[in-house]
Ligand binder design. Structure first.
Ligand SMILES: Nc1ncnc2c1ncn2[C@@H]1O[C@H](COP(=O)(O)OP(=O)(O)O)[C@@H](O)[C@H]1O
Ligand SMILES: [Mg+2]
Length: 240
């Protein structure tokens, strides 16, 4: 479904992603785990075609991102760190607007919007203005816009940041539900998020992928926290 080869990103003379290689199979739910500043958002912006890599290749659903960006974008849904919500639109008005941007037209339009609102539990707030919604509901609107085009691959950047514990639980269960039908990559700096929602984990630190695999393989009986702290501090020792 997704294949990344030798991905490198420099900002000026600073390299923030060092030769990333990974692949994600159809139906997998992968946690992209790393401390703040590790390079998660940069990677996700590259995968979604919002930011060009310095070098390397990205293939999604068999299409090369560089030569077939439209084919790729049609197949992905992206929830950025800051969802691009228009605060003065109603929920339904906003989803209609995004549908048009995504090229969803005709008879299927209204059905698709209703389906996304129903999936994300937005029906009772569909006529409300986004500015007046809680952060948890705004995040649901962000998820709804990401799934409108029924993407094969969902890319979610820190989907629970800034939510309260109840909202976190709701968004996690929503992601689990979506995971049944989509391939999902979600980034987080929260360890428990990975163990609760994902089957696979990729650990990134300072722009380098330092571990990836099934959670049971990676943890091998230990806690993910122990493994993570161990890897990060070992990484720091290596750099010094
Ligand atoms: N536009 C930019 N110009 C220069 N450096 C950037 C830019 N965007 C991000 N960075 C740097 O790249 C590194 C990775 O950032 P980011 O991908 O946002 O990490 P994460 O999402 O894991 O917190 C950080 O050191 C950050 O300061
Ligand atoms: Mg980030």
């Amino acid at each position: 479904m997704l294949e990344v080869k030798d991905l490198l990103k420099r900002y000026g003379d600073r390299t923030v992603l060092h030769h990333l290689n990974f692949s994600v199979e159809k139906g997998e739910v992968v946690g992209f785990l790393g401390p703040n500043g590790a390079g998660k958002t940069t990677t996700m912006r590259i995968l979604t075609g919002f930011l060009p890599p310095t070098s390397g290749e990205v293939h999604i659903a068999g299409y090369d991102l560089q030569s077939k960006p439209i084919e790729v974008k049609r197949r992905i849904g992206y929830l950025p760190e800051q969802p691009p919500l228009y605060m003065d639109m109603t929920v339904k008005g906003y989803l209609r607007f995004i549908s048009k941007l995504k090229g969803i037209r005709g008879d299927s339009l209204a059905d698709r919007i209703d389906w996304a609102m129903q999936k994300c539990g937005l029906q009772e707030v569909q006529k409300r203005v986004i500015a007046n919604l809680s952060k948890g509901f705004r995040q649901r609107v962000g998820l709804a816009q990401a799934i409108l085009n029924e993407p094969e691959l969902l890319i979610l950047d820190e989907p629970t940041v800034g939510l309260d514990p109840r909202q976190i639980r709701e968004i996690r269960s929503l992601i689990k539900e979506l995971a049944g039908e989509h391939t999902v990559i979600l980034s987080t700096h929260i360890l428990s998020e990975v163990s609760m929602t994902c089957e696979k984990v990729m650990i990134i630190n300072e722009g380098r992928l330092i571990k990836q695999g099934n959670i049971e393989e990676v943890t091998a009986g230990r806690s993910l926290e122990e493994v993570f702290i161990g890897l990060i501090s070992q990484d720091e020792t290596n750099v010094q």
